[in-house]
Ligand binder design. Structure first.
Ligand SMILES: NC(=O)c1ccc[n+]([C@@H]2O[C@H](COP(=O)([O-])OP(=O)(O)OC[C@H]3O[C@@H](n4cnc5c(N)ncnc54)[C@H](OP(=O)(O)O)[C@@H]3O)[C@@H](O)[C@H]2O)c1
Length: 185
């Protein structure tokens, strides 16, 4: 019997005012939240928007970078994909769990295919320039995990509560055939 396709999940963090990015990075400085992200995606195949990729110091192997630029130069272990769907299909072919790690444009395109969304709700407002996509209907997904912890946000020095949510979508959309997404394959 054929192996089941690896599950697709997304992971991100959002402030209470909907912000998730500022100046090409995160609007907050909460090392423990970043450590949670790194631990959760460890060993997975990743699908990453080009701007988020460029903001990362370390990009693990089996990362698929979504970009319309055919000449994009990438670090070893990374491959360009021309669409989110192509990235998800190629990431699944690696055989590891698949995580979509943003940014906003990639969450907006990938959420229909995700079984899970790991979303840290940071219970403080932050200035930002990139918003979590409003169209993602997490309110209608099932909450299958929730844990709260408080950490000190380094820029403000304030304690901030982080709610680590795990949402589940009952019927993710099946991925379309790769041949429809890429003329190259
Ligand atoms: N809070 C969090 O959890 C979190 C997580 C990740 C990122 N972020 C933040 O989010 C911000 C970046 O988000 P963003 O939405 O501006 O950028 P992004 O999603 O990281 O990257 C956007 C780029 O991806 C490519 N792209 C997007 N949609 C595509 C499509 N349908 N087909 C082909 N290529 C596509 C394009 O690359 P080309 O221009 O090369 O064609 C586009 O310029 C940063 O501030 C980052 O730090 C926050």
């Amino acid at each position: 019997m054929a192996e089941p396709e690896p599950l697709i999940a997304a992971i991100g963090a959002v402030a209470s005012n909907g912000m998730l990015g500022l100046g090409g990075w995160l609007p907050w400085d909460i090392p423990e939240e970043l450590a949670y992200f790194e631990a959760t995606v460890a060993g997975a195949a990743l699908v990453i928007g080009r701007l988020t990729y460029e903001s990362m110091d370390v990009v693990p192997a089996d990362s698929f970078i979504v970009s319309r630029r055919p000449d994009l130069q990438l670090r070893p272990g990374c491959r360009r994909v021309a669409s989110v769907e192509e990235g998800l299909r190629m990431a699944q072919a690696v055989g590891k769990p698949v995580f979509v790690i943003g940014g906003a444009s990639i969450y907006a395109a990938a959420w229909p295919y995700c079984r899970h969304f790991y979303l840290t709700r940071i219970e403080m407002a932050f200035a930002g320039d990139t918003q979590f996509p409003e169209e993602i209907p997490l309110a209608s997904w099932t909450v299958v995990g929730e844990e709260s912890r408080s950490y000190r946000e380094r820029n403000s020095g304030q304690l901030v509560n982080c709610r680590f949510m795990k949402y589940e979508q009952a019927c993710p959309r099946p991925l379309p055939g790769l041949e429809r997404d890429s003329g190259r394959l």
